[in-house]
Design a protein. Structure first.
Length: 364
């Protein structure tokens, strides 16, 4: 009886050992499948991941009135935003096309591709690139990129600051310098881009740069243009202080501003609309970058143009591209609603074409 009982226990022990071995083999197989070589697994699954994410993004495309939220800084580098980045740019171009077709905004969104526009577009024939200059959105850095690509300097660091905007020495031809047929060929075949930012924040930047800080090599802003605006638009003529932002806004919002613009000449490029500068409804641009997301947009533009292996966009100081709502509201806090509405009426095309929301302080 004892022998029989011992054999029974041995069989139970053997069965238990077999079960443990079996479970260990199953667990080992599961671990092997789960922690397989990540490169092979990722490469095999990548199309599925891309498809799933793309469909998810398409489902959540915001309505037009919410577009500005898409352009706020993401805080992520380009490498971490590869999947979303192309979709953002497709959305921007689609919005542009839709607004260009809006007959109610035609006067604010369309312009003639005149010499004034062609003067704003810089050419890199070597790499088939056209860049339209929109001042006060970091254009100096883009011009440096093109100067290097054109071969005038071997690196961005070597370019003297006084050369960047000297178009006789920087090796950057304007599109207006070519014949009509050559202009058409480049407009049809080249990669074309420009950069925008919130229209009101851009005007503040232009005012501060040209009338407050006023670079020594551009004295005409303080000594010629500012007095002309003050004479026409300052309400209290007894004030002797320099140009105030209120004067500037009143000038820009005046429906009859053009008679002064003619006197000021090309110096007005720092505050005229993106429509007047780059004719986005007449010229089919490849990419429209946003200053607010430049950390992502700059590498994307270089890659889309096929030059990312040749040059890098200069390092962007932290926080410099972030939309400063507090600053904008502070500058406009002392401006009458009437003057702000007139200013918005002039720049409405820029707000709508590029997805910037009407300022909250204008709606209150």
């Amino acid at each position: 009886w004892l022998t029989s009982d011992n054999m029974h226990h041995q069989w139970l022990l053997l069965a238990a050992c077999f079960w443990v071995v079996f479970m260990f083999m199953v667990a080992s197989k599961f671990i092997t499948l789960t922690f397989k070589d990540p490169d092979g697994y990722g490469a095999k699954q990548e199309p599925l991941i891309l498809t799933a994410v793309t469909k998810l993004e398409e489902v959540h495309v915001p309505e037009e009135k919410h577009w500005p939220e898409e352009f706020q800084p993401t805080g992520t580098g380009f490498s971490g935003n590869l999947i979303r980045q192309p979709l953002v740019h497709m959305e921007r171009l689609e919005l542009l096309r839709n607004v260009c077709r809006d007959t109610a905004l035609r006067d604010l969104s369309h312009t003639v591709v005149s010499k004034f526009v062609l003067d704003r577009i810089f050419v890199c024939d070597k790499h088939k690139i056209l860049f339209c200059q929109t001042p006060k959105v970091g254009n100096t850095q883009w011009k440096k990129v093109l100067i290097v690509l054109n071969g005038a300097f071997s690196s961005i660091e070597e370019i003297p600051e006084n050369i960047v905007h000297d178009h006789e020495k920087n090796g950057l031809p304007r599109l207006s310098s070519f014949s009509d047929s050559e202009i058409k060929k480049r407009l049809n075949l080249y990669f074309k881009f420009f950069i925008v930012r919130d229209p009101f924040e851009r005007l503040i930047s232009a005012f501060k740069d040209k009338f407050v800080h006023n670079p020594r090599f551009e004295p005409w802003y303080r000594h010629e243009i500012a007095p002309g605006i003050i004479r026409k638009y300052r309400k209290n003529r007894t004030e002797t202080k320099g140009l105030q932002f209120e004067d500037f806004v009143r000038y820009l919002g005046d429906p009859n501003h053009r008679w002064l613009d003619v006197q000021f000449g090309d110096h007005i490029i720092h505050w005229v609309t993106y429509v007047e500068l780059c004719a986005p409804c007449e010229i089919t641009y490849s990419v429209i970058g946003h200053h607010e997301t430049l950390e992502d947009d700059a590498p994307y533009i270089l890659k889309a143009a096929g030059i990312d292996h040749l040059v890098s966009y200069p390092t962007i100081p932290p926080g410099i591209t972030v939309y400063n709502r507090t600053k904008v509201e502070r500058y406009f806090s002392g401006i009458s609603k009437r003057d702000i509405r007139r200013l918005y009426a002039r720049f409405e095309g820029d707000f709508k074409l590029f997805g910037y929301r009407e300022p909250d302080f204008l709606l209150n």
